[in-house]
Design a protein around this ligand. Structure first.
Ligand SMILES: Cc1ncc(COP(=O)(O)O)c(C=O)c1O
Length: 660
């Protein structure tokens, strides 16, 4: 493995003192053990220091002198002018890059004053300037940085594997021994690699802790993650953010209690409604009709819902959305908290945001009580590895733990936990640098795509539905949406062309857009290959095709029963179309027992307990007859007949109707 570089800035305006200090510290770094590649650099002004912190992703820590003066000639001889107080500089640094370690160099006589002023700031330590204890300072910096770069779970896993203990426990493949010599499946062993198997262990190994009751290396890894992401508590989830969301709703909401949610939430939130017995209050998201993209819920809709449903237990929002639109969360969260409503933010697509100021504030920084993040979607963790961050001052750990354990396998995949540990380490140690590169690549790619003259990247103004134009919505530039309507292919044909001819797989599409996801793993080569492919397609000079949009999803109708009550009824199935392909009038007025979600767009047209209208039946029939293949999740097939499960009249008699 390449040795890292860890630059530490020393900021002091007295050139000679600074020179001596930096020399002493570098000599200490050279003569002592230095696994992190620590080097010290001196800077004399606060402005240059901030510039260096912005431009140099290898900076890991700063030592700020508490007196930052500069010499100024005011005509009557030289006088000293304060550049910036240590407090101001520390605040600027930590707001910009909260992952940096910050130390203060103080003069003996100012100790109380300085420590008091910086009391509430994230200062990692103080050193007396006059002591000039370079080796001592270096040892402390090195130790604290190593702590930040620690991966307690991954280290323990690796150590255990290398100890090569005989396995008399699960899993059954026993470190891969059941595969290695098999004439039938040893190729799988070889393809996957030996450590996939020997690191696949179980709770039978006490030194690897327990995800369900962590007290050792998993607890330590979670603590480091909480610090890195700015949470009071962090929990590792090995079943994705899908599980994270369900755990939170089951923790916060008792049957019948209200939850305010976007109808366009991920389906795990809707499943959480069924599991928890929540009474959902759906808030309609904005819609960009031109591109078929659902945006955030208008701020005034959220604010009105908070006022009208002050008895709600929680509000859940998705930020950013799949298309990269993110809310101005702080005022919304403040309004919700004012009414005692907790705020949960689904940050499945935004787990990296803490590590570059271009993406902040994060949900937690904006005051959210819970944030769920698919670390696997946008950082270096394995699929399904997610984090649940908690900042709820009323956090009930016992109830949370019971729900967490209810959803967690007693045999979690250990390499997934290790991948969360290393993903956090990477985000803290080089997240800023990698995200700066990703941002640069995104800018380059946007320019290149637009230069094709055929494809066009949609910017914030293009993506924003009218209803949210004044809501201070921001765009995450790592999500790139491309208008393909001029290229002469339908979206399906284009995706196929990119895949078959150019070996490119994109993230998702609508009828006239393609979405590309840039991450810290995006390379310049991938950008070039995509640009090349789009340019070649653009040069084919095809005439634009007629593009068919899917019918617009009908608005929400009435919720007659709690989704959980309706879901657990036996019900009966009724076809959407009869034998003559006519709409089945018998469905109108019935109550759905299942969630029916057309994909795309992935928004449920029906949730359990919702009244079915003629408009909904027409919409479903339209999708079934559409040329474009649309998945219809929740539909039951009776032979060839697509059906909806609905409540029978005797089911309805046994249920309590919801008050309007
Ligand atoms: C907004 C949102 N939340 C949650 C999830 C579920 O995340 P995971 O795949 O980690 O279970 C997704 C997945 O696509 C999502 O888009």
């Amino acid at each position: 493995m390449r040795k890292p570089i860890s630059r530490i800035l020393v900021i002091n305006d007295e050139t000679l003192v600074l020179k001596e200090f930096v020399k002493g510290l570098n000599a200490a770094a050279k003569s002592l053990d230095n696994p992190l590649g620590i080097v010290f650099t001196g800077i004399t002004t606060a402005r240059d220091a901030l510039k260096a912190i912005e431009e140099d992703g290898d900076i890991q820590a700063v030592i700020v002198d508490d007196t930052l003066y500069t010499l100024k000639n005011n005509g009557a001889g030289n006088s000293r002018v304060l550049q910036m107080s240590a407090l101001e500089l520390v605040q600027k640094i930590t707001r910009f890059r909260p992952e940096l370690d910050v130390y203060i160099l103080i003069a003996q006589e100012q100790e109380d004053e300085v420590v008091d002023a910086l009391f509430s700031e994230a200062v990692d330590g103080y050193f007396y300037r006059e002591e000039r204890d370079y080796r001592g300072i270096y040892r402390i910096l090195n130790a604290q940085m190593q702590e930040k770069a620690d991966t307690p779970f991954y280290d323990a896993l690796k150590t255990y594997v290398l100890m090569a203990k005989d396995a008399w426990h699960t899993p059954g493949h026993s470190s891969g021994d059941s595969l290695r010599d098999s004439p039938w499946i040893s190729d799988f062993y070889e393809f996957m690699g030996e450590h996939v198997f020997d690191a696949d262990l179980s709770v039978s190994v006490p030194m690897l802790d327990s995800l369900m009751e962590p007290t050792g290396v998993i607890a330590e890894a979670q603590k480091l993650a909480a610090k890195a992401f700015g949470a009071r508590r962090t929990f590792f989830a090995t079943n994705g953010t899908s599980t994270g969301n369900k755990v939170i709703f089951q923790t916060l909401i008792a049957p019948g209690e209200k939850l305010l949610l976007d109808r366009n939430c991920h389906k795990s939130v809707h499943h959480g409604v069924v599991l928890s017995g929540a009474r959902p209050v759906y808030l309609d998201s904005s819609l960009n009709k031109r591109y078929g993209i659902f945006g955030p819920i208008p701020k005034k809709t959220i604010m009105r819902a908070i006022e009208e449903h002050a008895d709600a237990e929680a509000l859940v929002l998705t930020s950013c959305t799949y298309d990269g639109l993110r809310y101005d969360l702080a005022p919304i969260i403040e309004a919700a908290h004012h009414k005692g409503i907790r705020v949960v933010v689904d940050e499945a697509w935004y787990g990296f945001a803490r590590f570059h100021p271009a993406f902040r504030p994060t949900a937690l920084e904006s005051g959210a009580d819970y944030a769920t993040q698919s670390t696997h979607k946008v950082l270096s963790a394995f699929s399904q590895a997610s984090m649940i961050h908690v900042n709820d001052p009323r956090f009930n750990e016992h109830i949370f733990r019971e729900n967490f354990n209810m959803h967690t396998s007693t045999s979690p995949q250990y390499s997934m936990i290790a991948s969360l540990d290393i993903a956090r380490k990477q985000a803290v140690m080089e997240g800023y640098k990698l995200l700066a590169r990703t941002l640069a690549l995104s800018k380059e790619l946007r320019q290149q795509i637009n230069s094709s003259g055929v494809f066009r990247v949609l910017e914030l103004e293009d993506l924003l539905p009218d209803e949210v134009r004044n809501d201070n919505i921001q765009l995450d530039p790592t999500k790139v949406t491309v208008d393909i309507s001029e290229c002469g292919y339908t979206v399906d044909e284009l995706q196929n062309e990119l895949f078959e001819r150019y070996n490119i797989q994109v993230e998702k599409s609508t009828f006239n857009t393609l979405s590309l996801l840039l991450t810290i793993g995006t390379t310049r080569s991938k950008v070039s290959r995509l640009y090349d492919a789009l340019m070649r397609i653009a040069r084919e000079g095809r005439s634009p095709r007629r593009l068919y949009r899917t019918p617009e999803i009908p608005g929400f109708t009435q919720l007659k029963y709690l989704p959980r009550d309706a879901f657990y009824c036996g019900g009966t199935t009724l076809p959407i179309l009869d034998d003559q392909d006519k709409l089945n009038a018998a469905l109108t007025g019935k109550v759905a027992a299942d969630q029916i979600t057309p994909y795309p767009p992935g928004i449920p047209v029906l949730v359990p307990g919702q009244v079915i209208t003629a408009g909904i039946v027409t919409y479903l029939a339209g999708l079934l007859r559409s040329h474009k293949r649309v998945e219809l999740h929740g539909i039951v097939y009776d032979g060839y007949l697509p059906c909806v499960r609905v409540l029978t009249s005797s089911d309805e008699k046994g249920l309590k109707k919801l008050k309007a």
